[in-house]
Design a protein around this ligand. Structure first.
Ligand code: PAF
Length: 274
């Protein structure tokens, strides 16, 4: 496995390949990321993982400074699973000048749910993903469905810019108790970690109610928000949306339930397709 820090070294190395399969990450890798890399291995002729904590997608009061940077451990995990190239650029390499060209996703998608609570988040994500896919000459890129809205933004970006990249979304990896794997789980104390299972349980109860045929979405949302609030969480949203565009559902639409909530100081997100 080769660890590469510059775009020019990456391009020299990639000259020998036709179909890079790329897994963009911010590092601090867990089993969910590793499953993405494993999937990528059969989707191209070279597997590239990128590790870059992207300042552009963090708000001023978010965890950019404290986000765990664990490149050495990440490389050991990637090597073990047979990744070929790790691209871990310094900030000056990816953003040599202030990034004044930005990819701005449409407000109807980018200003709802995560975008409502994290203004500018999807502009930061779309801009860096555009840059990473270009730098890695990706022909396939693999993302997790835990970031459901992010995956939708990236799919639409690639489609609207006619980028020659297949976007593959993989199901969320979960711990045995159902908690979705996330780098931010590492912020939880051991008692919070035990309590954190409530987020996926609440989504499951919500999804089961919808599967049983209920369509009183507002009542179900209020109930789910209350369940979390009663247990000491601060939910930003728990909501049922159409899978196609994350807008409010009408009867008969294929649905996804999505949630974001803070447990102590840790903000977690999760979703379940119904
Ligand atoms: O999902 C993530 O880890 C990040 O948002 C991504 C896609 C690597 C962009 O920085």
């Amino acid at each position: 496995m080769k660890l590469i820090h510059t775009i020019s070294d990456l391009h020299s190395l990639l000259g020998a390949y036709r179909h890079p399969a790329v897994v963009p990450t911010m590092g601090n890798l867990h089993a969910g990321h590793i499953a993405l890399v494993q999937a990528a291995k059969s989707l191209g002729d070279v597997t590239v993982a990128t590790v870059f904590v992207n300042r552009l997608q963090f708000g001023p009061n978010e965890d950019f400074d404290t986000y765990p940077r664990t490149l050495e451990q990440d490389c050991a995990k990637l090597e073990e699973v047979g990744c070929d190239i790790v691209f871990a650029p310094a900030e000056k390499e990816l953003y040599p000048q202030p990034q004044t060209f930005l990819v701005q996703p449409p407000p109807a998608l980018a200003n709802i749910l995560e975008g409502e609570f994290r203004p500018g988040f999807f502009t930061g994500v779309a801009t860096v993903v555009m840059k990473l896919l270009s730098a890695t000459q990706a022909r396939t890129a693999v993302f997790g469905k835990k970031d459901y809205q992010q995956l939708m933004v990236i799919r639409q970006m690639v489609q609207q810019f006619a980028m020659p990249v297949d976007i593959v979304g993989l199901d969320t990896r979960r711990a045995d108790d159902g908690l979705a794997m996330s780098s931010r789980n590492g912020y939880l104390s051991s008692s919070e970690r035990q309590a954190a299972v409530l987020l996926s349980q609440t989504l499951k109860t919500f999804a089961d109610a919808l599967r049983s045929g209920r369509t009183d979405y507002a009542a179900l949302e209020a109930q789910a928000m209350q369940t979390l609030t009663d247990a000491g969480w601060k939910p930003d949203y728990v909501t049922a949306r159409r899978r196609t565009d994350l807008q409010a559902p009408h009867n008969g639409d294929a649905l996804v339930v999505l949630a974001a909530a803070r447990l102590g100081t840790t903000r977690l997100i999760d979703n379940l397709e119904v």
